[in-house]
Design a protein around this ligand. Sequence first.
Ligand SMILES: [Zn+2]
Length: 114
Amino acid sequence: MKTHAYLLDIKEICREKHLTVDEIFEKLKKTYPKVGRSTVYRNVDEMTKLGVLTKIIWIKDKALYELIGENHIHLIDTESGYIRDLGIDNINIPGIPYNFTVDYMNVDIYGKFN
Ligand SMILES: [Zn+2]
């Protein structure tokens, strides 16, 4: 069972942001030619459960993954799949009416770029 064998490598790969598991698999294969696709799926799933990666529901039933850390919102074009990060400094977030400290955000907004 190699569930954690590639954790650090996958973490490094995901610094590029917004990758499908297949893209992560292709990149990991360059270093580990024998790595199996299901192993990569298992690792990514585990890392998502551990809160290392976040899953973005993309288009056409596909998901993208990125490292949790930098707070931003995703603007996702539902036709082209183009995805753009919007830093929270660039928008006005409505005041949070509770005594609540944000650890991280996971906000995906779907629409169309004109
Ligand atoms: Zn992002």
